[in-house]
Design a protein around this ligand. Structure first.
Ligand code: NAD
Ligand code: TDX
Length: 342
């Protein structure tokens, strides 16, 4: 059946990959990409699908209620997938307010419009960070869907607040929702303020690689393509009202990740520079995706070795995309965030 799907935040990293995936996989669906084009949004990310007849870009802010209500009335969406967010933990430490506005109030506006105009599925893209962190010495512990929410940063608190609101809209108003909570994504079009693209782009320029603390914090890496296949399955087969975890089963310390990148690029480990730790830095994330695998049959196609190889190749072949970003406003952010430390 034909579907008209609103994808918010589609000029960002994961939303952009999801737009590519959906536009190509479902030629008879109509995909609308709504993005405010903040510092993290980049229309270059969607260039390859720009001319497709089943795709349209609209510039707009999810917190603008009047604009969003007009848009929903005009377009009569069947489904909404909300990726739009402020997504960088360090920025939330520097300035929490925009995180509450976009991530919490923006979600509420989208859900109010979804209720009013009878959207058949509202999907919220959330994160494993809502569960807080796990100890480094308990590899047996993983986040499950019923792990209590327990957040550390203004970013994760804003995402958890949004999740609670989404669940409340389901229970109170019967809004047909699903939520996915995934681990750290990596892959093409990842903004170079995040660990993996930051390290690749700086190593290629022979610049110092700022590792927070002792580099022993652990993240579970999920290739963005596998995240897209999971959301596709949840949208089409997931049960209304349910939360699904999506994880890569690829736990690595930050130091291991940086060393892997240096080795692949044939660059020296002397580029690694230890800098002051992130305040409130979560120790370890690890996701149990059993529910998604057993209920919906999801399996990731990448492991960390194949995924990081593909990602590094993409950054080598698409220098123009990230060099444009690095040479712009982002330069000032880097100076403020890292100062003279690197
Ligand atoms: P991103 O920062 O790369 O992209 C966010 C996009 O949202 C940008 O294009 C930006 O312009 C847009 N946006 C921001 N505020 C907006 C607003 N008010 N109205 C409309 N558009 C707005 O983020 P990402 O890494 O692609 O993350 C996408 C989603 O996935 C987020 O909800 C994030 O919390 C979640 N998530 C990300 C990861 C990860 O590893 N990157 C992991 C788990 C969950
Ligand atoms: O310069 C750095 N040095 C460093 O050591 C940066 C930017 C990060 N780090 C460390 C901090 C983390 O332990 O690397 C790890 C990964 O950091 P980020 O790339 O900032 O990701 P993280 O904080 O784990 O959050 C990401 O995953 C969950 C996304 O940015 C979130 O949007 C998502 O919800």
């Amino acid at each position: 059946m034909k579907q008209k799907i609103l994808v918010t935040g589609g000029a960002g990293f994961i939303g952009g990959n999801f737009i590519h995936y959906m536009v190509n996989k479902y030629p008879d669906y109509f995909i609308i990409n709504l993005d405010a084009l903040t510092y993290a949004g980049n229309l270059g990310t969607c260039e390859a699908v720009e001319e497709k007849s089943n795709y349209k870009f609209i510039k707009g802010d999810i917190t603008n209620r009047e604009f969003i209500f007009d848009l929903f009335e005009r377009e009569a969406f069947d489904m909404v997938v909300n990726f739009a967010a402020e997504s960088h933990v360090d920025r939330s430490v520097a300035d929490p307010e925009i995180f509450i506005k976009t991530n919490v109030l923006g979600t509420q506006v989208l859900m109010d419009a979804s209720r009013t105009f009878g959207v058949k599925r509202y999907h919220q893209v959330s994160t494993d960070e809502v569960y807080g962190d796990l100890p480094l010495n308990r590899p047996d512990l993983l986040f499950k869907e019923d792990t209590p929410l327990h957040t550390s940063s203004p970013y994760s608190a804003s995402k958890a607040s949004a999740d609670l609101l989404v669940l409340a809209y389901h229970r109170t108003f019967g809004l047909p929702i699903t939520i996915s909570r995934c681990s750290n994504n990596y892959g093409p079009y990842h903004f170079p303020e995040k660990l993996i693209p930051l390290m690749i782009s700086r190593a290629l320029n022979d610049e110092a690689l700022p590792v927070y603390g002792n580099g022993e914090n652990v993240r579970d890496w999920l290739h963005v393509y596998d995240h897209c296949t999971a959301i596709d399955l949840i949208l089409h087969k997931g049960r209304i009202g349910e939360v699904y975890n999506i994880g890569g089963n690829n736990e690595r310390t930050n130091l291991e990740v940086v060393q892997t990148i240096l080795k692949a690029l044939n660059k020296p480990e002397s580029l690694i520079t230890y800098v002051k730790d992130r305040p409130g830095h979560d120790l370890r994330y690890a996701i149990d995706s059993t529910k998604l695998k057993t209920e919906l049959g999801w399996e990731p196609t990448y492991n960390f070795e194949t995924g990081i190889k593909q990602t590094i190749e993409w950054y080598l072949e698409n220098k123009k995309w990230w060099e444009n970003i690095i040479s712009g406003d982002y330069k000032n952010y880097f100076k403020e965030q890292y100062g003279d430390q690197s």
